[in-house]
Design a binder for this molecule. Structure first.
Ligand SMILES: CC(C)(COP(=O)(O)OP(=O)(O)OC[C@H]1O[C@@H](n2cnc3c(N)ncnc32)[C@H](O)[C@@H]1OP(=O)(O)O)[C@@H](O)C(=O)NCCC(=O)NCCS
Length: 255
């Protein structure tokens, strides 16, 4: 053992793969992708309800059309004739503080609001004071505001599913307090999907440091679809106007 270094994630032996102790062949066909993501990151399988919530979180961010900076980057790189891996990686590299990567920061900021409210328990007052301070520093509250939506359709659905799964804690309450303070200030700064994922996953017990990774896991299929479409449907090195796009996929349909 002296010359080995430890890992507790997956055990590999000839003809055997065990993820967190579970035989991968046994997991296959029995657990959903969301449950497996939870298992690999947290070390235990989630309950069915939490597994469904994990799946919903991953579905919520699977794609958002051609407008996000990550898709613009991935398509721009794909249009040069780059490989799929380079093009998708360019998209992932655009997941940062202001796009997709607001989750970690939002969870940390919600934590600061909760800490501030610890004495008198008044989240609204704590949120209001925190936002005032941010504004004075010229900083933004991560997970709030959106270039397209004034009422992000993913936010309320995620909160609804979280409550159904028995998740409803201080971070979700703090995020709702922030929403209320912004609404009272007369600015349209709704909680966006990053903010909702931050609040919900913080109350599920995820460490803030890995939360942005959840967005990357969720968005990768969307990035791959955009890269494939760019390569198959568009002319190489075209001038990509971020606004001049139109949708010609299936019209609205229901499950
Ligand atoms: C997403 C975002 C870039 C969209 O911005 P936008 O709609 O183009 O808005 P603007 O950058 O033009 O800002 C408009 C005003 O709202 C303020 N504002 C926007 N988002 C804010 C936030 N999250 N917190 C505090 N103030 C915010 C700006 O400071 C600006 O104020 P001013 O008019 O007094 O100068 C922006 O809301 C933001 O930075 N949000 C935080 C990061 C985030 O959650 N990203 C994930 C997006 S899914």
């Amino acid at each position: 053992m002296a010359d080995t270094w430890p890992t507790a994630i997956t055990e590999i032996k000839p003809n055997a793969v065990r993820v967190r102790g579970y035989d991968i062949a046994e997991l296959m066909g029995r657990v959903t992708f969301g449950q497996a993501v939870y298992l690999v990151l947290r070390g235990e399988l989630p309950s069915d309800a939490i597994g469904r919530l994990m799946d919903a979180i991953l579905v919520s961010s699977i794609d958002h059309g051609v407008t996000p900076p990550s898709v613009q980057s991935a398509r721009q790189v794909a249009s040069t004739g780059a490989t799929v891996s380079a093009s998708v990686a360019a998209g992932i590299m655009s997941v940062n503080q202001f796009h997709g990567g607001a989750i970690t920061n939002c969870a940390l900021q919600l934590g600061q609001i909760i800490e501030r409210a610890a004495d008198d328990g008044d989240l609204l007052l704590a949120a209001s004071a925190f936002l005032e301070e941010l504004k004075a520093q010229g900083k933004r509250m991560s997970g709030f505001g959106h270039r397209v939506h004034s009422n992000d359709p993913r936010t309320s659905r995620l909160f609804e599913l979280a409550v159904e799964a028995g998740v409803s804690g201080k971070h979700m309450a703090a995020a709702q307090a922030v929403t209320e303070v912004f609404a009272q200030s007369g600015k349209t700064l709704p909680m966006n999907v990053d903010g909702a994922i931050a609040a919900v996953t913080a109350d599920m017990g995820f460490a803030p440091e890995i939360m942005n990774g959840l967005f990357m896991i969720a968005r990768t299929p969307g990035l791959l679809a955009h890269v494939a479409e760019e390569q198959q449907r568009m002319r190489p090195m075209r001038r990509i106007d971020p606004k001049a796009h139109s949708y010609d996929g299936p019209s609205a349909r229901s499950l």
